[in-house]
Write a protein that binds this ligand. Structure first.
Ligand code: PRP
Length: 215
């Protein structure tokens, strides 16, 4: 059988994901060394790792180009993809929040009209606004969303908050939390059936590591 293909997200979740995989005995040295390779083999463990943008991790796993992936629940919620999500992982904790400029903190947004909102999460945002009966034009961005209000691109934004520093340093305040997020293991549905023992063992080992770290 081919090597187990594990998709990893570049960015904030990469280092904690490498730590967990290290603990499981995988060889993460080449990735830690800053390789520019996007497929990294670990022949000893019959595995290979793909280094991808977080949103693409879900796509690779959904289509079976990777068997397994590590990604944030924020991305899963936004993509609404058909993947198996057997396990939440104990890192990457953050919130998705609605925010605005400090000067507009007291605005009654329910009564406001012709609002524009910038976000990397248009689907999550749209759902939240529909539930509230609010309306806004959603402007999709791919990053640095926090500069949109200051430049007049939007009145509001929806983005991830971890420490809160990015909001603060860009003169923004939170209005409301839409949802919480943390890292998760995802599995391609066909791989889960075809490599049941191998992937089941990986999930069991991960569960064990999480339990030991929690003790
Ligand atoms: C995320 C998010 C915020 C920031 C929040 O950006 O989009 O910008 O982290 O973190 P903080 O609350 O600890 O300041 P990321 O670094 O993932 O990059 P991005 O701007 O490309 O989205």
């Amino acid at each position: 059988m081919s090597a187990l293909t594990i998709a990893l997200p570049k960015g904030r979740l990469l280092n904690p994901a490498l730590d967990v995989l290290d603990t499981l005995g995988y060889d993460m040295a080449e990735i830690r060394g800053g390789t520019r390779k996007l497929i990294v083999e670990d022949n000893k463990n019959h595995a290979r790792f793909l280094l991808l943008k977080p949103f693409d991790v879900v796509t690779f796993v959904e289509y079976g180009a990777a068997d397994v992936g590590i990604v944030g629940q924020d991305v899963l919620l936004e993509q609404e993809s058909d993947v198996f999500e057997p396990l939440a992982l104990p890192f990457g904790f953050c919130r998705i929040v609605l925010a605005t400029r400090r000067e507009r903190a007291q605005t009654n947004w329910r009564l406001a009209t012709s609002l524009r909102l910038a976000s990397k999460y248009p689907r999550i945002t749209r759902k939240f606004f529909i539930e509230r009966g609010w309306s806004a034009e959603i402007i999709p961005l791919h990053g640095s969303v926090e500069i949109a209000p200051a430049l007049g691109l939007s009145d509001l934004l929806v983005d991830i908050v971890d420490t809160g520093r990015t909001l603060k340093e860009n003169g923004l305040v939170e209005i409301e939390t839409l949802c919480h997020s943390q890292a998760a293991l995802i599995v391609n549905r066909a791989s889960h059936a075809l490599r049941f023992q191998e992937i089941g063992a990986l999930i069991a080992r991960l569960n064990q590591v999480i339990k030991e770290q929690g003790d």
